[in-house]
Design a protein around this ligand. Structure first.
Ligand code: GLN
Length: 480
């Protein structure tokens, strides 16, 4: 790429540093935007589903909080007049008439977008291989998956095609791709960011959040996304403003390690990196203790009933009439049109979830599956409440493995679901959790997850910042 050395150097700095440089007059916002746009358009990893064809005539002023810096946006956020397809053939070319609140708030703070990012279809998946627009390659090793479902967002940031990105997390889709791509990913407390304009997967779990190259960047982006929105009745916003994280020690902090989420099934390389991170936390002044989340082993089963149940309902709107593409039946019938539109429009994983969810909600099976899964969810909420009466934060590996080879799990949905083991419990409880890089195992990034009680974002970000400084991971390591 024919870009000046100074721009290439700027791309390796964090968004916070870029904004400071623009505001100090040391970096040209337009030149930077152009560079990101060109890098996104070149797209060696298939991270983007749409890239702006030109840089806007006028960028937001340098004096705005986000100084005109571009943000990459997951395909499932509706953006007015710009393709918003949620990784699905059914929504190919869909141009929404409005913009999602989370995106609009970033625009209002002086951001712009140069591209939409690839994802698993309707956010169902953990590897980004379920996209109708093709798999995404991991910038650290293009033979491997970037994680999912926000795989394009993570790959774009890791490859220096965007300073930061928006993702969504229903059962781990921000945290796990961040872990696989050596980045920071924050799933905020459920309700802190508006879901208005996000193409829904499972409404009681879906939450938007930042994927960034530093903890400070995650704090900054979240501070401009969160807030109560009258157009999302479940949104409430955060209770206190997000602070710029500056903490460099963990003195007095009690960190609990749940035995159920850190033992069996974790790869040796991930475990070694996790244990080293716990040693760092101790050296920074934290006390580490083993705790128990007795119902956490049931979280995956409950999630894979509840999320498909909600999805089966949410996705009923894609009927070829109200949204997306319509495929007429040969016999011209309405039922035939529904059938053909959905049979040809949805991919295999989406159809699997719709069938699972419809079954779990059907009369006669409702209590046995959906009702029981809801009871497990309540138990998990109680487990976390108990845990947080003993410790301030909970630490686990973000995922049991590092990024695996493309195709390794795509024909075995259950083994793919097992990879969500460590992230799904926090989703069911609606609590905030961050993934930060803890190091490399065999040359691939490993994620450390820190979770806290609802609305403890500042505590989590502060602790993550202290650990980030101590670990010193190079999040620009895959930028070429
Ligand atoms: N991998 C999980 C699933 O497929 C989580 C997806 C997500 O968080 N959107 O359901």
């Amino acid at each position: 790429m024919a870009q000046s050395e100074s721009i290439t150097a700027a791309i390796k700095t964090t968004a916070t540093e870029q904004i400071a440089a623009i505001q100090a007059g040391a970096l040209d916002a337009r030149e930077l935007f152009d560079a990101y746009r060109e890098r996104a358009a070149a797209d060696p990893n298939n991270a983007f589903t749409w890239v702006a064809s030109e840089t806007p005539a006028e960028l937001p002023a340098a004096s705005t909080p986000l100084a005109g810096l571009p943000v990459a946006i997951k395909d499932l956020f509706c953006t007015e007049g710009v393709p918003s397809q949620s990784g699905s053939k059914l929504l190919e070319g869909y141009l929404p008439p409005y913009t999602a609140t989370a995106v609009q708030k970033l625009i209002d703070a002086g951001s712009t977008s140069h591209g939409k990012t690839n994802q698993d279809e309707f956010a169902m998946g953990s590897s980004n291989e379920n996209s109708a627009f093709g798999a995404v390659l991991n910038p650290w090793d293009p033979s491997r998956v970037p994680g999912g479902s926000s795989g394009g967002s993570a790959a774009a940031v890791a490859a220096g095609q965007a300073p930061w990105a928006l993702g969504t997390d229903t059962g781990g889709s921000i945290r796990q791709p961040a872990a696989f791509c050596g980045l920071v990913g924050l799933k905020p407390t459920y309700g802190s960011v508006s879901r208005f304009g996000m193409i829904a997967f499972a409404s009681s779990l879906d939450q938007a959040g930042p994927i960034t190259r530093s903890v400070a960047d995650a704090a900054l982006l979240l501070s401009h996304m969160e807030g109560k929105d009258p157009r999302d009745m479940t949104s409430i916003g955060l209770r206190e403003p997000i602070e710029v994280p500056t903490r460099t020690d963990l003195t007095g902090l009690r960190i609990g390690v749940p035995e159920e989420l850190s033992g069996e099934g974790i790869d040796p390389g991930v475990r070694a990196s996790f244990e080293a991170a716990l040693e760092q936390a101790k050296a920074l002044g934290a006390t580490i203790s083993t705790i128990h989340l007795p119902n956490a082993p049931h979280a995956l089963s409950a999630y894979y009933v509840l999320a498909p149940a909600e999805a089966s309902s949410n996705l009923s709107r894609f009927d070829g009439v109200r949204y997306g593409n319509r495929l007429e039946a040969e016999d011209g019938s309405l039922i035939g049109m529904y059938t053909r539109t959905r049979t040809e429009g949805f991919g295999a994983e989406v159809k699997r979830r719709i069938m699972l969810g419809t079954y779990a909600l059907s009369a006669g099976f409702y209590d046995a599956y959906y009702g029981r899964a809801q009871q497990v969810r309540t138990k998990i909420v109680e487990d976390f409440a108990d845990a947080f009466s003993q410790v301030d934060l909970i630490a686990t590996p973000t995922a049991p493995t590092t990024a695996y080879e493309l195709g390794a799990k795509s024909s075995d949905p259950l083994s793919m679901y097992l990879g969500d083991f460590c992230t799904v419990p926090m989703s069911l409880a609606g609590i905030p959790a961050i993934s930060i890089p803890s190091g490399l195992a065999d040359g691939l990034p490993v994620g450390l997850q820190l979770a806290g009680p609802a609305f403890s974002e500042n505590l989590i970000l502060g602790a993550a910042h202290a650990l980030e400084q101590a670990i010193g991971f190079d999040t620009a390591g895959a930028i070429r």
